[in-house]
Design a protein around this ligand. Sequence first.
Ligand code: GLU
Ligand code: ASP
Length: 496
Amino acid sequence: MSSLNKQKIVSSVPQQGFFGHPKGLLTLFFTEFWERFSYYGMRAILVFYMYYEVSKGGLGLDENLALAIMSIYGALVYMSGIIGGWFADRIFGTSKAVLYGGILIMLGHIVLAIPGSVSAFFVSMVLIVLGTGLLKPNVSSIVGEMYSKEDNRRDAGFSIFYMGINLGAFLSPLVVGTVGMKYNFHLGFGIAAIGMFFGLLVFIFTKKKNLGLAGTYVANPLSPTEKKKVFTIAGVGAAIIAILLAILIPNGLFTINTFISLVGILGIVIPTIYFIVMYRSPKTTAEERSRVIAYIPLFIASAMFWAIQEQGSTILATYADKRTQLDFAGIHISPAWFQSLNPLFIIIFAPVFAWLWVKLGKRQPSIPQKFALGLLFAGLSFLVILVPGYFSGDSLVNPLWLVLSYFIVVLGELCLSPVGLSATTKLAPAAFSAQTMSLWFLSSAAAQAINAQIVQFYTPENEMTYFGVIGGAAIVLSILLFALSPKIQHLMKGIR
Ligand code: GLU
Ligand code: ASP
């Protein structure tokens, strides 16, 4: 986008009206609040829906398969951000992408709300994966579009937006989770659909007034010949895949496990290709090339961090369900409620961390050191679970141990997540700036693609080894990153 267009967009957005921020932030805050409400609400009950017996309203799937599906689901949701970013960038702009994405997500939750079979579940998964790919990276991009380059409210704007994400993620396990677990899973999914519907209403009815031209430009539109070429390739590709699947599936050569492995491979191959393309592009300068190299260890650390953080909604969710005392201090705790802990701690402690970084000023840890701290806490959050496991044997564990684990991972999340996106933006070569949002989400995608493989090894019998090995690996990687951080900082060529 030319700088003239950028200026035009900024001046079309009312620059005040939401806590001293552009009014459009209100629109984007509530759209994303409701989208995350529906996403995390759905995920808070989905794992239980998959492995609970049919007599209890579930699908009766094998527990480890359910855990693996949760992980590939998470991986695909963030991988599809590449497609969503591409559509916005080259065909219809970010605002339409958010709208279409929201509609697909709502439809996905509606399909889940209607009692159905495993196949209905997969249909809903496709809708939500594509919908989130369209909505999630693009709604964040619009936030960035509303501020001029010199505007120093920009970071604060993203922090407010981040609060919206976590407020949605906090409330939904309490609402969707309670209804879904206590009454009926489908009713729970229905509430997730209503949540997304509210998000769409906010977006549709306030975007014109609040967002001005933000989100309406197509940054790099396809020329008619390119369009023809792309659609032909996509059509032929889809046809080949459909034919292959039609042959392989009935013959038992393509099973859900093949799919899980395939996503696992894609989770690693896609970012690798990204790095190679960015590094080798003739548009990348020598300085930018050095920054790409610096970004690789950060990306790996980020993937390892999210691998542990995201197990909060898979492994730790089943741990809450099966290994934890749920009748505690006179109340009956729903296992879904544990999903509210991470966002709750984020909401409480994000301002504390923001204050801390300001207070430390120049003495604050460098970007690679913050990533290393993130990993350290992630590792500790797993090691902490070993303690009750060791002392309680087969009996149920005090839920406060889980609370502590979710708390510790949040300390890491607050070191890594808020700086992650901005570090990506600064370290990616200028020619790739439109894709930095997708690149950042790819670390979560890679994390969950790898999780899909490792969660299958989890059993209550080997839990000590499971948490010990993964937690230990994160800590070793963290130490390595600390040791390398001056070198990485040097390769970053002045970015801090
Ligand atoms: N939990 C955050 C969200 O849903 C972070 C996503 C990520 O980077 O994995 O927006
Ligand atoms: N902390 C996550 C995010 O920032 C939310 C969650 O895992 O529930 O959105």
